[in-house]
Design a protein around this ligand. Structure first.
Ligand code: DLZ
Length: 163
C-alpha cells in the first residue's frame, strides 16, 4: 500500500502510462464544431499514440456541451468495462448568461457522473471569452486541450487499475 513519489517529474507528460489495456470513450459536442473537431482529432491521435487500441475507443457526438453529462452517464451505464470517458466541448462567452449556466452544468455534471460510477470522467471543455481563444487551445499557439484530456484519461485509467 505504501507508495512514494520520487520527484516532480513524475507528473510530467513524459511519464504517460501505456494505454494498451484501457477502454476509453470520447463524447464530443457539435456546437462550435470547428473547435471541437480539432479537440477530438487531438484526443484520438493522443490515445492511439500512447497505445490505446482503436477497437477499444468508442466515440459519440452530442448536440452541445450541456449534453456531455448525459452522454457520459449513458456510456458508463451501457458499457461497464469502460475505464474512462473524455468529454470534449467548447463554450464561448456571448451576450447572455448561457455561458455561465452551461459551464457550471457541465463541470458539475461530469464531476457527479465520475463520482457515481467511480470512473474518471475528463473535463475537456474549453470555456473561452471568444473564438480566437478557443482556436488557440485546439491546435493553435496554446496547444490542443484534446491531447491533454487524452493524457489525463490514460493517467486516471491507470490510477484506477493500479491504486
Ligand atoms: C445553446 C448553446 C449556446 C448558446 N452556446 C453554446 C456553446 O457556446 N457551446 C456549446 O457547446 N453549446 C452551446 N449551446 C447548446 C447547449 O450546450 C445545449 O445543447 C442546448 O442548450 C440544448 O440542451
Amino acid at each position: 500500500m505504501a507508495t512514494q513519489l520520487k520527484n516532480l517529474s513524475d507528473f510530467s507528460h513524459t511519464t504517460v502510462p501505456d494505454g494498451a489495456a484501457y477502454k476509453i470513450a470520447i463524447a464530443v459536442a457539435e456546437w462550435n464544431a470547428d473547435v471541437t473537431g480539432s479537440l477530438y482529432k487531438g484526443a484520438l491521435e493522443t490515445l492511439l499514440k500512447h497505445g490505446v487500441k482503436e477497437e477499444n475507443i468508442t466515440s459519440i457526438a452530442v448536440p452541445g456541451s450541456f449534453e456531455l453529462t448525459g452522454a457520459a452517464e449513458i456510456l458508463l451505464k451501457k458499457h461497464a468495462d469502460l475505464d474512462a470517458v473524455i468529454c470534449l466541448g467548447c463554450v464561448i462567452q456571448g451576450d447572455t448568461k448561457h455561458f455561465d449556466f452551461i459551464c457550471d452544468a457541465v463541470a458539475n455534471g461530469v464531476t457527479q457522473v465520475g463520482i457515481k460510477y467511480s470512473k474518471p470522467v475528463i473535463f475537456g471543455v474549453l470555456t473561452t471569452n471568444d473564438l480566437q481563444q478557443a482556436l488557440d487551445r485546439s491546435g493553435g499557439k496554446h496547444g490542443n486541450k484534446g491531447d491533454e484530456a487524452a493524457i489525463t484519461a490514460i493517467k486516471m485509467a491507470h490510477l484506477l487499475a493500479t491504486a
